[in-house]
Design a protein around this ligand. Structure first.
Ligand SMILES: O=C(CO)[C@H](O)[C@H](O)COP(=O)(O)O
Ligand SMILES: [Fe+2]
Length: 216
C-alpha cells in the first residue's frame, strides 16, 4: 500500500522541514487539501502553496480539490506543479468534462465522493479515471474519526474498479491511523491518505513505521 501524506495538520510555520521529514521517512506522495469555505466549511490554500511545495520536494503532488466548480482552477493547479488533480463529483455539474480537462493538461485525474454519495456515482466515470478517491470522513478537517461503514464501500469500489478499470487506483481519505489502516488495506485500498497520524508532533518516520507494521 502507498501512503499519501496530507499536510493539513502539519506545522505550516515549518512546512519545508515537515515535508522533507515525510520524504525522508518514505511517504509516497504529498497530499494537498484545497478548501474554499463553500464546498466544505473550512478554508486552506490555493495554487501558490502548491507551487511552493513543488519547490521543496520531488514526490508526486496529489491535489485534492474541495472547491465548487473546480474546472475554473484546473489550469492554475496544473501549472503550479500538481501531478494528480482530484475533483469532487458533488462539486461540479460536469465531472466528465473536468476529468478530461485534467488529462489534457497532462496530469493524472481523480474523482472523489463524499461519505453520503452512493458508490454508483463512480460507475459512468471509472473508465476515464487514474484515481478513485473515497472519503472516509466528511471533508473539511483533519483529525476526524474514520466512518466505520466506509469499509464496505471500499470493498464495493474495488469490485467496480476491478470490473471497469483495473488500472485505476483506489485512494482512501480520512481517519486512517494504526487502528484503521489494516481494515482499509484488507478492503482493497491501494493508497491511504494520512494526515494527523503522520503530522502530530512525533517523528513522521516513527508514525509511518507504526502504520507499516500493522500491514506486515
Ligand atoms: O481531505 C481531507 C479532509 O477533508 C484530508 O485529506 C484528511 O482529513 C486527512 O487527514 P486525517 O488523516 O487527519 O483524517
Ligand atoms: Fe484530502
Amino acid at each position: 500500500m502507498h501512503f499519501a501524506a496530507s499536510i493539513l495538520t502539519a506545522d505550516f510555520g515549518r512546512l519545508r522541514e515537515e515535508i522533507q521529514e515525510a520524504e525522508r521517512a518514505g511517504v509516497d506522495w504529498i497530499h494537498l487539501d484545497v478548501m474554499d469555505g463553500v464546498f466544505v466549511p473550512n478554508l486552506t490554500f490555493g495554487p501558490i502553496l502548491v507551487e511552493a511545495v513543488r519547490r521543496v520536494t520531488a514526490l508526486p503532488l496529489d491535489v485534492h480539490l474541495m472547491i465548487v466548480h473546480p474546472e475554473r482552477y484546473l489550469e492554475d493547479f496544473a501549472h503550479a506543479g500538481a501531478d494528480h488533480i482530484t475533483v469532487h463529483v458533488e462539486a461540479t455539474y460536469h465531472p466528465h468534462r473536468a476529468v478530461e480537462r485534467i488529462k489534457d493538461l497532462g496530469k493524472k485525474a481523480g474523482l472523489a465522493i463524499n461519505p453520503g454519495t452512493p458508490l454508483q456515482a463512480f460507475e459512468p466515470l471509472l473508465p476515464y479515471l487514474d484515481l478513485a478517491l473515497l472519503m472516509t470522513v466528511n471533508p473539511g478537517f483533519g483529525g476526524q474519526r474514520y466512518i466505520p461503514t466506509s469499509t464496505e464501500r471500499i470493498r464495493g469500489l474495488k469490485a467496480l474498479r476491478d470490473r471497469l478499470n483495473p488500472g485505476c487506483l483506489i485512494e482512501v481519505d480520512g481517519g486512517v491511523n494504526a487502528r484503521t489502516v489494516g481494515e482499509v488495506y484488507q478492503a482493497g485500498a491501494d493508497v491511504a491518505v494520512v494526515g494527523s497520524a503522520l503530522f502530530n508532533g512525533r517523528p513522521v518516520a516513527d508514525n509511518l513505521r507504526a502504520l507499516r507494521e500493522v500491514l506486515e
